[in-house]
Ligand binder design. Sequence first.
Ligand SMILES: Nc1ncnc2c1ncn2[C@@H]1O[C@H](COP(=O)(O)OP(=O)(O)OP(=O)(O)O)[C@@H](O)[C@H]1O
Ligand SMILES: [Mg+2]
Length: 250
Amino acid sequence: MVILEARNVSMVYNSSRGPVEALRDVSLEVREGEFVCIVGPSGCGKTTLLRILSGLLRPTSGLVLWKGEPLREPKPEMGFVFQKANLMPWRDALGNVLLPLEVRGINGSEALEKAFSLLKSMGLEGFLHTYPRELSGGMEQKVALARALVYDPDILFLDEPFSSLDALTRERLNVELAGLWRNRCKTVVMVTHNLQEAIFLADRVMVMSPRPGTLKAQFIIPFPHPRDLSLTFTPEFAALARAVREAIEY
Ligand SMILES: Nc1ncnc2c1ncn2[C@@H]1O[C@H](COP(=O)(O)OP(=O)(O)OP(=O)(O)O)[C@@H](O)[C@H]1O
Ligand SMILES: [Mg+2]
């Protein structure tokens, strides 16, 4: 079932230097349970597209449909993780994960249990009462991921959530993200410019052209789940990575 659809979406920003055409006529469909990655050169409009798909930004023209209905603002059943974790500095890790539940009026032991089990599944049970300034970058992103997952969103929008991390931490978090996605059957739309990451995680990789961003190619990733990091060393993986790279560059 198609859960999210963009139809002929275009976006022109009005900047101080005049109009900036960020997206041109983008159409795509995301099916329920699918993991879709969007890749493309820097500045091609990936973040713009993600913000439009999630209702954070209205396109200049075109339409976004969420569960068949026109999308006008972000829905409560959507979760977000951005490049920077944006945790509340005055709340500890547990407090940050509890926040979305509090906003929804969910308190007490039910909320605590949910937040705790997520932090535990990410190996953070020893850091429940640690404040963001005392967490490593990877831990902060994990807390942000837990915060996005704690209210069981139907879809997760990820904008380069691990791009500020070192390669090894990033690989480990990708494996954890893949596990969370499988266990919780979420739909994920993720922006990244790391092709390895995209191919390792996604069912489908969509390639954008330089600005104004259009969708210029799409790759179905055939590797079965669960995937192991050793996959990334296989010739099949390398061949696909090369094909995606060529699609971006030509
Ligand atoms: N609020 C804004 N006002 C004016 N122009 C904007 C605004 N936001 C983005 N742009 C422009 O739109 C284009 C696309 O930006 P966007 O952030 O979507 O690209 P991106 O693919 O996410 O880039 P990166 O890979 O660097 O994150 C850029 O030229 C950018 O300068
Ligand atoms: Mg961006």
